[in-house]
Design a protein. Structure first.
Length: 463
């Protein structure tokens, strides 16, 4: 039997992005979905491409990155938890320098290029590297070369280039370097405040300073968090705004400054933080919080390392920003970076570095797609499923497996979607499942091929 009534999943669902949770249908599909490509062909559900392993020369865990503004320079600089500095030229990682004297920790370390030199903070000092291939390393640039007091231990040391000056956060103080003079304590806050992040407010052009009361690396203590607004030269901040949680990163895209605070994402509205979403896989563990190393963009799309998956936030169609999972790694992600040519660099706690072409569908990782839950006022019988592809499926290929989850979370699989016609086909129907349910959730696993799914239609009858 075909079934009198239908549930349809198509472009209208895909372009609405991911719902806030598995039990709220404020998006087009469930937050249990782990990986989809929604931008290769707008309105079509594809699998993300397979990542490419570029770990050949890597030793250590990549924890921070910075760009290279040198003419004919590298695409990216990286540093590991073992103090190894690498360049990325678009195809290969190359080890350039090693600092074995310092302690490099995810969240504490910050990197920035300023006046064509690379600066990297670590536990109590700042390293300076010069040359596009980092030919020279001064591992004690701040304390020895510039004769300044050591940075405070067990604190985050964010860097920010602002008004042609490099600013350095150091507990309750901000230091600076203008290319000629290194200055300590250009801004001094009350001693109980700890600076955790630096950013820029696009509307006013002022500096944003995220603080918390005392050292609070995991954001687990109920300490007052603030965002301070500063012009870069006054002896005190212009404004002080109490916010919900300590700001771990400011990141600007398209004139909007996004903010990661605690386990949430929002944006700076000029007088506070407007909430957007709670991360599903981020806890208050210091290794999982969203530091600047875990957030990047390609074009107008934001990419965030949400535990084991990469959460994207951007326009699928003009004027409608939505969330969707762009990739699932199966292991916690330490860093996500725009490495050029429309690709993301992805680093893990192990000595591993992958690249992902976010628009490609040439290879297949596999779609792991869950629909929202459909609740019926009375029992229904699920009869059949019809799937239409955007591109043809070759003979003897099984592109998808399709399941129904009921209200008890039991799964029932539809019969095979293998193409048995002997020719290329663009749709297939699976009949006679005859499953009685009160709640229905559709699970689609795309495998073996990546034709793109235009629509899934489930037919049912009311009992």
């Amino acid at each position: 039997m075909i079934g009198k009534h239908t549930i349809k999943l198509d472009a209208e669902n895909f372009i609405r992005g991911m719902s806030s949770s598995d039990h709220i249908a404020d998006g087009g599909f469930s937050s249990k979905t782990n990986r989809v490509n929604l931008i290769a062909t707008k309105g079509v559900l594809h699998s993300p491409a397979t990542v490419t392993d570029k770990s050949a020369n890597l030793a250590g865990q990549i924890i921070a990155d910075a760009g290279d503004a040198n003419v004919l320079g590298n695409y990216k600089y990286f540093v590991t938890n073992t103090g190894k500095f690498f360049t990325w030229n678009g195809s290969v990682l190359t080890l350039r320098q090693t600092d074995s004297s310092g302690s490099y920790v995810l969240g504490t370390v910050s990197m920035a290029q300023y006046k064509l030199q690379l600066f990297c903070t670590f536990d109590d000092d700042i390293a300076m590297l010069s040359g596009s291939d980092l030919a020279t390393l001064d591992a004690t640039w701040w304390t020895i070369t510039k004769s300044k007091s050591a940075l405070q231990l067990s604190q985050r040391h964010p860097l920010l280039v602002y008004e042609d000056t490099l600013f350095i956060g150091d507990k309750s103080n901000i230091h600076s370097w203008n290319g000629t003079t290194a200055s300590s304590n250009v801004l001094v806050l009350s001693s109980e405040q700890a600076i955790v992040s630096l950013g820029i407010e696009p509307g006013t052009g002022y500096m944003l300073i995220g603080t918390t009361e005392g050292t609070n690396a995991s954001n687990s203590y109920p300490q007052i968090a603030k965002v301070l607004v500063w012009d870069g030269f006054s002896n005190k901040p212009l404004r002080s705004i109490i916010v919900d949680d300590a700001v771990n990163a400011f990141y600007s895209v398209g004139g909007v400054t996004f903010v990661t605070y605690g386990t949430k994402l929002g944006y700076w509205n000029g007088s506070g933080i407007t909430y957007l979403r709670t991360f599903e896989n981020v806890t208050r563990s210091s290794s999982l919080l969203i530091y600047p190393a875990k957030i990047t963009n390609i074009g107008e799309t934001l990419y965030i390392a949400d535990g084991k998956r990469i959460l994207a936030y951007g326009d699928i169609v003009a004027g409608r920003k939505v969330f969707y999972p762009a990739y699932y790694a199966g292991i916690d992600i330490d860093l996500v970076a725009n490495i050029g040519e429309g690709k993301l660099g992805i680093a893990y706690p192990t000595a591993k570095f992958d690249t992902l072409d976010v628009e490609s569908v040439a290879t297949i990782t596999g779609v792991d797609f869950y629909s929202n839950k459909f609740n019926f006022p009375r029992p229904v019988i699920i009869r059949s499923a019809f799937v239409e592809y955007a591109n043809g499926v070759s003979a003897n290929v099984t592109p998808i497996r399709l399941y129904i989850y009921d209200e008890k979370q039991n799964s029932t699989e539809f019969s095979s979607f293998k193409n048995t016609t002997g020719v290329v086909e663009y749709h297939r129907t699976s009949l006679s499942i005859d499953l009685k349910v009160r709640t229905c959730q559709i699970y689609c696993l795309l495998q073996n091929a990546n034709p793109g799914i235009r629509r899934i239609v489930i037919s049912y009858d009311v009992i």
